[in-house]
Design a protein around this ligand. Sequence first.
Ligand SMILES: Cc1ncc(COP(=O)(O)O)c(C=O)c1O
Length: 142
Amino acid sequence: MNHCNVRGSEAYCGDSAHILLNEQIGAAQIAGINLRSLRNNIDGTFDLCELQSKLRHRDHEPISKLVLVKNTIDGKIVPQSWLKELVSFCKKYNLKLHMDEAKLWNASVGSGIPAKEIVSGFGSVTFCLSKGLEIAFFISGK
Ligand SMILES: Cc1ncc(COP(=O)(O)O)c(C=O)c1O
């Protein structure tokens, strides 16, 4: 709702994204956002050419506002190089970015990349402390 601050906003996400497949599509119900899906590749990325082709330009269409990334997705850590490409893409097309990263800490430990670097360039991020605890137990050996 923060990013899609005009009525008729549209957000883009992979077709395996939790936000699209779960939560009774709260983005649509509560925030009135049109979620448009992009085909998720096996590594959790989606094709930036497909994203570009789906952006809206005409005044009677929905308003392209936001890109959502699920990370981790289906147990996989989305490649950091692709996240950087996506951040540049979104800057170029004036799109906001949100990371749905319930397992942010797990992704950070698994990849060795600090959490702040993983989410760098994103306007917002969600994470889940209880899922992070799994990794805390793993690290402490308890
Ligand atoms: C917004 C949101 N995203 C993702 C998840 C799940 O993430 P994962 O598929 O990494 O377990 C949840 C809850 O479990 C959630 O509420």
